[in-house]
Write a protein that binds this ligand. Structure first.
Ligand code: AMP
Length: 407
């Protein structure tokens, strides 16, 4: 299928061509026509499936209708995201895909100057991308007029619910006009997500990117058993001997992220850390440096990394296993983008067996264990407490799992 069939206008099609996209991803093929028909949509799709364009493209199309043009604090499309990084990224997509249109967008989030944000809002914005807290702050200061909002997008809604934003979200929904289109995106259709969607949307079209997807990307994932005290050394060893170009490394704590970054730098490997204690300016710069290939290793905690789009990520490393098994799936969804295959490697010490076991139960599979020569752990790691699948399967980001293909 080509983009021409979806009903998008010429300036948008031109921008897609300029960007080099050949065909819509499965989520785009399903969501775009429904959104253009003004339907409410709820979609289960992970980062990396092209979900951002699946709502931004039809929004740009609908707003480029010159009938309505408002000035002042009035906004027409509102996208709410859990994190600052995701807000900035969604806004960037609006700019890229809307480059041939005369529409204004901005992103507002905590940690940056309120004064500048107010100034931009005063000048008029068609698409506002925001995190819940700062959005309500600015609304309370009368810097935002919700009365003309035609479309609301909740991006990574399940993450917002996990982060405790439920009351803020409900508050925002109640401030918007009743007649509006609701587009809700989530990684999984969890019960709290369904409850929210049922309450606030009208007969939504349910889209879930399925197992039989041809463009699905595969991720190989396994663990390196290693003692905790030797994890940094192992990482440095792998980066150097396997000549990794770049890697995204997850640590459990902010201090752990700082400590590891310091050790990498001491080993002459360029690295930056992003986590909640870093200023917004630092985080934006670090992410930019990483995206532009100016640093090799980005060390991140879960919250800071959620939803960020980093291209061509061949390696995702769980330096520490996540304490919540579900986060494992979010983390490894970061690799193997754009048809490339990726590796997700977890460093696991024997005392982390319980965390590993939780993840294996969630995945319904036992992860393969590869011990790196010279880094043998002082005690072995048990395989599993339950009868989970013994076959090594590949993680399929869009749909779950596929059996590993013979090669
Ligand atoms: P997302 O799932 O929104 O985080 O998007 C993941 C990545 O896929 C982004 O880097 C997009 O630029 C890219 N992308 C989105 N749609 C397409 C498409 N139709 N063809 C190729 N790349 C795409």
């Amino acid at each position: 299928m080509s983009f021409d069939k979806l009903g998008l206008n010429e300036p948008i099609l031109k921008a897609l061509k300029q960007k080099g996209y050949k065909e819509p991803s499965p989520i785009q093929a399903k969501a775009i026509p429904a959104i253009l028909e003004k339907r409410d949509v709820m979609a289960a799709a992970q980062t990396g499936t092209g979900k951002t364009a699946s709502f931004i493209l039809p929004i740009l199309h609908m707003l480029s209708n010159p009938k309505h043009k408002f000035k002042g604090h009035v906004i027409r499309a509102l996208v709410v995201t859990p994190t600052r990084e995701l807000a900035a990224q969604v806004r960037e997509s609006a700019v890229t895909y809307g480059r041939n249109l005369n529409l204004k967008s901005t992103a507002i989030y905590g940690g940056t100057s309120v004064r500048n944000q107010k100034k931009v809002l005063r000048q008029g914005v068609d698409i506002l991308v925001a995190t819940p807290g700062r959005l309500l702050d600015l609304y309370n200061q009368k810097s935002i007029d919700f009365s003309k909002v035609e479309v609301l997008v909740l991006d990574e809604a399940d993450q917002m619910l996990d982060m405790g934003f439920i009351n803020d979200i409900k508050k925002i929904m109640r401030l918007l006009p009743d007649r509006r289109q609701n587009l809700m995106f989530t990684a999984t259709f969890s019960d709290p997500f369904r409850a929210l969607a049922n309450k606030f949307s009208y007969n939504p079209l349910e889209i879930s990117v399925t197992r039989d997807n041809e463009t699905a990307e595969n991720i190989e994932h396994y663990i390196h058993p290693v003692d905790t005290s030797r994890k940094s050394e192992l990482l440095i060893h792998l980066i150097k001997t396997e000549k990794w170009k770049q890697a995204l490394v997850f640590t459990r704590t902010k201090h752990g992220a700082n400590r590891l970054t310091k050790k990498l730098i001491q080993a002459h490997i360029t690295a930056v850390a992003i986590h909640g204690n870093k200023t917004q300016n630092y985080r934006t710069r670090a992410l930019d440096d990483f995206k532009k290939n100016r640093v090799k290793i980005l060390v991140a905690t879960d919250v800071a990394a959620r939803g960020i789009d980093i291209k061509n990520m061949n390696q995702v490393i769980n330096f520490d296993l996540p304490t919540v098994a579900k986060d494992y799936v979010h983390r490894i969804g970061r690799t193997g983008r754009a048809g490339e295959s990726g590796k997700a490697i977890s460093f696991v010490s024997s005392e982390q067996f319980e965390l590993l076991d939780d993840i294996q139960k969630l995945l319904k599979q036992t992860l393969a264990q590869h011990i790196v020569d010279g880094f043998e752990p002082s005690s072995p790691i048990a395989k599993s407490t339950s009868k989970v699948g013994k076959k090594q399967r590949r993680f399929n980001k869009q749909s779950g799992y596929k059996k590993k293909k013979r090669r």
